[in-house]
Every structure is written in structure tokens, then in C-alpha cells.
Design a protein around this ligand. Structure first.
Ligand code: NAD
Length: 734
């Protein structure tokens, strides 16, 4: 047996060990070759009488991240080719065959007649966990790095290699659906208590534990292949089943607004599959999988949330000629809300942090935030006290700017005030060495103008974090007019070190994310001013796929901040740059009524310890009241998405965004732009620029110039171009 991706050896007891260890890769992935070799191994184990059973393990620090999604993309392309050359039916036959081959391979292993065990250490996700699930026994290492799970839903897919059927037969249906919907990574002890694993053992003992199970006569039959098997939640059509399925359907609708075909397919595959024997159930799953793979939602989500996100994290925008820098020491000036969060994520990544504020007390307060976050982790059993102490030891809180000497990068997060920032920049400059990069976390001030306070302007850059820093995965890097390659490379190396996703944008008012999101919030305000019931605005935003409605979002970021930004824009650009109706609404809320949002317990919502509800007084601010029953709901949904997508298109025209991947990834990670669309530019591409421009013109005629399509979009519409076609991010690499 000739194997490239595995090692195979058999011990004196006749127990084989198959070690998955792909050459030249840091992580094992499922490819066509891996599948072919696994099939050969199963045949060999079955055909060799002396082999009693087989343990599958990994030779790497992780088991495997699952299937190679580019392989799935390739299948999609092959399908499209076949549709053109041979027609829909043969193409579909090929596609169904190809997309069900992994499921068939796993079923072959499961029913081969000899016991297979999976000994798992490290990450074991997606298709790799489905392999483990098809083994008759699973032992997981008790290591911190070990995680199992089926995260496919996060890229618009669902587990198509038996995952839905095996999980639904291992645990109560409600729990199984929840696990499949959430796509979470599960720790070893939890996996065992969920019945997803049989044993947990120290890393060095997992293979031996699995062998011991085989030696002791472990059964080569999965529970569902044993006569008399009963589903953990009994029959689908039973009184118990009826307690599960109608609410499951309702929860699915509430959580997805029917925007995610993959979530619906999970529900359908489990509902139908649980009524069938395993082989038929797997065929049902395969059919749904083939359908989902061809949905535009899956294509868009795989592209943005897997491919593009991964490429940006690996440094797609990093200037190649600057040698990689291992960031060791980072300075943060301003230990307030943002600075404290940046200090925490930096220390969490193992970097040494110098945290400076105006006095010792303020600096200590910033450091205390890390203490609080780590204590919460300790309380939840996710960290040890020693981890907390080690992390805190990496943060040096001080009012002394001289401590910044030797930092690779210094980030300022002081008050959003030009004069304060100018003074801080000068003080930092006097303290740091000539090679240290200076970054500002400003959210509104142009980077190029702040850079004028710094002598070496090529070493000045913007690093815009989102709040709360420890939760938000996006970081916007802003290039000032004179920012140089080394500053960009260092900023990207820093973002990589703290394991966040960077986008690189050119300097402008609001940069990228805030520009788009402020339009979203404004649309909510204008709908309210028109007389649309507030609850309807919030619900239509959810229907559009946004995580929170515009009014709720505005409450979170603070209404008075919105008011300040509006006033600053008016002062800088003139009254025509802002919307008078929005200004009037915010004036009433902020200046007259002092409703600032969540921070003072009253905004568009009222906040009580028991929860929040829309402020009933909003109705009194609406001179006209529109009837919810007669409103065009789809138009409200369209307005909320189009207004953001149009702004994203403008940032491309203005060259604020220079790589279309960044607009899409940035919008989903930064402000939750409807993920099923793949991001605002993918949303336009899917609709077609012609249709999008027509949509904008229709909305502009009815609601005003803010919907007027820009020049670039009109030019693209004339030629039926797409963003990913016209601005193909891979063209220069090809
Ligand atoms: P904050 O008021 O919570 O913190 C500012 C900190 O800076 C305070 O601890 C203050 O003592 C300190 N400070 C002020 N002057 C100083 C000086 N001369 N020397 C040293 N320290 C000084 O503000 P924040 O919300 O953390 O915002 C900080 C920056 O981050 C601002 O530029 C803001 O625009 C930007 N930002 C904020 C958010 C957000 O959601 N709050 C998001 C992105 C970016």
C-alpha cells in the first residue's frame, strides 16, 4: 500500500495505526488524494486477516481542520462547465456524485466490519470530525488545544458527510440541532458529556486508549446499525417529537429570518433523516448538501468568510519587500475604554505592553480591565489563576512616557481631541526610538492631518479598533498620505500577532466601516421621521440580516456621539452635507430630551435591569404615523441594505477601498452586514450592477438623493460588470 498523506503500521497485537500527516502542510486537510488513500486503507484493513482494527490519529499538532473548501469551490466550477457543455442533468449527476463521495467513504469505513477508532488531539473540525464520528470509538486528548465541532454553518454550508445524521442519533434532537446551528467548537470534556466522544485521556495516551478499546473487543457496529436502535428523542412523529419540531421551526425562523438556506437544510435533513434507516438518511443529507453547495449564499460566504478572510489574515495586503517583524513590545497611550481593551488583547497574545495614561491611577485603571476579564475567564474555568497573573505581569502601567522606549509600535487611544492628540504625539515622539511606528486609534480625525504632528510621517499610521476590542475581530488600518510600507507591514504584523482580521483603507472621513454604518443608522432615523413604526424599522433590519436594528445600534454607540459627528460634519462640510430631518430628530433626542442611549439608560429604547423596550414616547415624535399593515416591507429591507452597499461602492470609486475583499470582509466583521450576502459588494454583484443601479434610482426618486448611484456603478452597469470581475483581487497575483 503506497501512501503519501498517511503512515500506516501494525503492532504485534494486529492493531493498525493510521497516522495522518500530510507532507509540506502545517494542518491536515481533506483532499481528493486523502480520500483516495483513506479508501485504500479501509480496503487493506478489511482484506488483511491479521489486522484486528485500526486507530486513526494525526502526526501533527492538530487532527485536521476538515475539507479543503477550495476543493468544494472547484466542484462548483466543474458543475458550471458541465451545465454549459452537457446540460443540467449530467452536470447535476456529476455534482451529486462528487459531493456525496466523502459521505460514502465514511459510511464504507463505518460498515466495513472491522473496528475503527479515532484518537484526536488538537483541532478536529468539519469533515475531520465527521470522520471521527464515523469511527466506532472516539478518544480526545484532555489538552487545551483540543476542540471538536461542525462549524460549516458559519460559511453557509452544513455537514454533508454524515454529520447531521450521526449527531442527531447521538444526542437529544434539540441539543443536536442547537449544536449544528451554532457550529461551535467544543472542548473535550463537554464533547464527552454530549455523547460525542467515548473517552478523554492525556495526549500521550490517546492512541493507547483507542488500541485498548480494540484489544478489549470493541464493536465494529455503530449504535444505529444495531437492531432495535432508538433515536435519543424517540420517533419524529410521536408526542415527544411534536414537542421538538414545531418550536425548532419557529426558532430557526427567528434566528435566521429564512436568510440562510444551510440552516434550513440542517432542519430538513434531520427531520427527514431521523425517520429513515442510516443509508437512506445519508442519501437525504447528500441531496441537501449538493443543493446547498450550489446556493449563492454558500458561494458568497465561503468566498468572504473563508477565502478572503484567510487571505487578509495571512497578509494579502502586506508589502512583501519588508521582512516580517516579530512584534515583542507594544506601547499604548490612553488607558481608557479602548486603550484598556487593546492592552488586554496584546497581552493575551503574549506581547509585552506598556500602558501609559495621565497619572498612575488612570493607567492602573486600564490594567484593571485585564484583571477583570481574566478573572471572568478563571471563574468560567476557561483560564487558570496562573494565566491571569502571567498576563498581568506583561502589562506595565505607568504615567512615564520614557517607558515607551524600545516598543516596536505605539498606539495612541487618548481623547478624540485634536489638541490632546497633538500633544501626546509630540511626547511619544520624544520618548521612542527612530524605528518605532506610531499608530492612532482615532475614529474620526484624518490620519494625514494627525501625522503632521509627527516628524517621521512615513512611520505614522491609523489602527482603528472596534469596541469591545476583545470581541470584535476586525481592525481597520488607515494609510495616511505619507504612510510608508514599513509602517503598514508593522501594523499588519501587529494585527496578525493579536489574531485579528485587518483591512487596509485609505484615509477619509469615517474611513470605511463607519461611513457605511452611519448611513445605516441614518436610514433608521429617517424612517422614524417619516412615520414608520419603530418596531417595524428594527424588525425589517433583522429581516434584512443585520444583527441589530439601526435604532438599537445607535443606542449602543451613543446618540450624543452621533449628534457630535453630525455637528462636526456640518461645520467642516456645510449644512448640505447632512440631512436636516436627521438633525432635527437627534436634536430632540439628545439636546432637548437628553436621551443618550444605553449609557444613560434612555435612548430609542428604555433600559431597565429586566431588559430593554422601545421608548413609547417615540410615537409622539412622529407627526405622520404610517400604518404597518400597508407599508412595503421589502422596500424597507432594501433601503437598509442598499444605503450601505451604495456607500461601499462609493468607497471603491474614491479608492478608500482598493481591494474588494476588504469591503466585504470588513463590513461583515466590523458591523455585521448581512453575512449571507457575503458583504455589500457581493450583494451588489449577486443582484447585478444593472439591477442595483435601477433599484437605487427607484429609491432615489422616492426617498432622495442619498440613493443616487455613483458614477462608477453607472459605468459598471452599462457594461454589466461586477466588482469581483472589474476589480479582480487575484489579477495582479495571476
Ligand atoms: P476614553 O475617554 O475611554 O479614554 C481616553 C483615555 O485617554 C483616558 O483614560 C484618559 O485619561 C486618557 N488621556 C487623555 N489625555 C491623555 C494624555 N495627554 N496622556 C495620556 N493619556 C491621556 O476614550 P475611548 O473611548 O477609549 O477612545 C479613545 C480613542 O479611541 C478616541 O480617539 C476614539 O475616537 C477612539 N475610538 C473609540 C471607539 C469607541 O467605541 N469608544 C472605537 C474606536 C476608536
Amino acid at each position: 500500500m503506497k501512501l503519501t498523506h498517511f503512515r500506516f503500521e501494525t503492532d504485534a497485537d494486529g492493531i493498525a495505526t493510521l497516522t495522518w500527516d500530510m507532507p509540506g502542510r502545517s494542518m491536515n486537510v481533506i483532499t481528493q488524494e486523502v480520500m483516495a488513500e483513506l479508501g485504500t486503507v479501509v480496503d487493506h484493513v478489511v482484506a488483511t486477516e491479521a489486522i484486528k482494527g485500526c486507530v486513526i490519529t494525526s502526526g501533527k499538532d492538530a487532527f485536521s481542520g476538515g475539507a479543503d473548501l477550495t476543493m468544494l469551490q472547484g466542484m462548483g466550477m466543474e458543475y458550471m462547465k458541465l451545465v454549459k457543455s452537457k446540460g443540467e442533468e449530467p452536470a447535476m449527476q456529476f455534482f451529486l456524485e462528487a459531493s456525496s463521495s466523502l459521505s460514502k467513504l465514511y459510511r464504507k469505513l463505518e460498515t466495513c466490519g472491522k473496528p475503527f477508532a479515532a484518537a484526536v488531539h488538537g483541532t478536529c473540525l468539519g469533515g475531520a470530525f465527521e470522520l471521527a464520528l464515523s469511527c466506532h470509538y472516539r478518544v480526545l486528548s484532555d489538552n487545551d488545544k483540543t476542540r471538536v465541532g461542525l462549524p460549516e454553518i458559519k460559511v453557509g454550508l452544513f455537514p454533508g458527510a454524515g454529520g447531521t445524521q450521526r449527531v442527531a442519533r447521538l444526542m437529544q434532537t434539540g441539543d443536536a440541532l442547537q449544536m449544528l446551528f451554532k457550529g461551535e467548537q467544543i472542548k473535550p470534556a463537554a464533547a464527552k458529556s454530549m455523547n460525542l466522544a467515548h473517552a478523554v485521556a492525556p495526549r500521550e495516551k490517546i492512541v493507547e486508549t483507542a488500541k485498548e478499546w480494540i484489544r478489549a473487543g470493541g464493536s465494529a457496529k455503530a449504535p444505529w446499525d444495531i437492531e432495535g436502535f432508538k433515536n435519543p428523542s424517540n420517533k419524529v412523529h410521536s408526542p415527544a417529537g411534536m414537542m421538538i419540531w414545531p418550536p425548532a421551526n419557529a426558532i430557526y425562523r427567528r434566528e435566521t429570518q429564512d436568510n440562510y438556506p444551510a440552516a434550513k437544510a440542517i432542519l430538513q435533513a434531520c427531520y427527514e433523516g431521523l425517520q429513515l434507516p442510516m443509508d437512506l438518511a445519508l442519501r437525504v443529507e447528500s441531496r441537501y448538501f449538493a443543493h446547498i453547495l450550489r446556493t449563492p449564499e454558500a458561494a458568497a460566504m465561503i468566498r468572504s468568510l473563508f477565502m478572503s478572510k484567510g487571505e487578509l489574515e495571512k497578509g494579502a495586503r502586506r508589502p512583501a519587500k519588508v521582512p516580517p517583524l516579530k512584534i515583542k513590545r507594544v506601547g499604548i497611550v490612553g488607558a481608557g475604554f479602548m486603550g484598556a481593551g487593546i492592552a488586554y488583547v496584546s497581552a493575551q497574545a503574549g506581547l509585552n505592553v506598556v500602558l501609559v495614561d495621565r497619572d498612575q491611577e488612570a493607567a492602573d485603571k486600564g490594567k484593571a480591565y485585564s484583571h477583570k476579564l481574566m478573572t471572568d475567564q478563571v471563574m468560567k474555568g476557561r483560564a487558570k489563576t496562573a494565566d491571569r497573573d502571567a498576563l498581568l505581569a506583561r502589562i506595565h502601567a505607568t504615567p512615564d512616557y520614557n517607558a515607551l522606549k524600545g516598543c516596536d509600535i505605539v498606539i495612541e487611544a487618548v481623547f478624540e481631541d485634536r489638541a490632546v492628540k497633538a500633544e501626546v504625539i509630540k511626547k511619544v515622539q520624544a520618548a521612542i526610538g527612530r524605528r518605532t511606528i506610531f499608530a492612532s486609534n482615532t475614529s474620526t480625525l484624518p490620519i494625514s492631518s494627525l501625522a503632521e504632528n509627527f516628524e517621521r510621517q512615513s512611520q505614522f499610521i491609523g489602527i482603528h479598533f472596534f469596541s469591545p476590542v476583545e470581541k470584535m475581530m476586525l481592525v481597520e488600518i488607515i494609510m495616511g498620505k505619507r504612510t510608508g510600507d514599513r509602517a503598514l507591514a508593522t501594523a499588519l504584523d501587529f494585527v496578525r500577532a493579536i489574531r485579528k482580521t485587518p483591512i487596509v483603507v485609505n484615509d477619509c472621513r469615517g474611513f470605511f466601516a463607519n461611513r457605511c454604518v452611519l448611513n445605516y443608522i441614518r436610514e433608521g432615523h429617517l424612517m422614524l421621521a417619516e412615520g414608520v413604526p419603530a418596531a417595524m424599522i428594527e424588525n425589517m433590519a433583522k429581516k434584512a440580516g443585520m444583527p441589530v436594528g439601526p435604532l438599537s445600534l445607535n443606542d449602543e454607540v451613543a446618540l450624543d456621539l452621533g449628534w457630535k459627528i453630525l455637528q462636526a460634519t456640518k461645520k467642516d462640510l456645510g449644512p448640505e452635507a447632512i440631512d436636516a430631518k436627521q438633525e432635527a430628530l437627534l436634536k430632540t433626542m439628545v439636546v432637548d430630551l437628553e436621551r443618550f442611549g444605553r449609557k444613560n439608560g434612555k435612548g430609542f429604547y428604555d433600559y431597565a435591569p429586566t431588559g430593554k423596550k422601545l421608548w413609547p414616547g417615540l410615537k409622539d415624535l412622529q407627526p405622520t404615523k404610517l400604518n404597518a399593515d400597508t407599508l412595503d416591507k421589502q422596500e424597507l429591507v432594501d433601503r437598509l441594505l442598499v444605503v450601505q452597499a451604495l456607500e461601499a461602492a462609493r468607497t471603491v470609486e474614491e479608492k478608500v477601498i482598493t481591494d474588494v475583499r476588504e469591503a466585504d470582509v470588513g463590513a461583515i466583521l466590523g458591523f455585521g452586514f448581512a453575512p449571507y450576502t457575503g458583504g455589500p459588494l457581493s450583494y451588489i454583484d449577486r443582484m447585478g450592477t444593472k439591477a442595483f443601479v435601477a433599484q437605487c434610482e427607484k429609491l432615489a426618486a422616492k426617498h432622495g438623493d442619498r440613493f443616487k448611484p455613483n458614477k462608477l456603478l453607472r459605468a459598471m452597469a452599462r457594461k454589466s460588470e461586477t466588482f469581483y470581475g472589474r476589480f479582480n483581487p487575484y489579477k495582479s497575483a495571476a
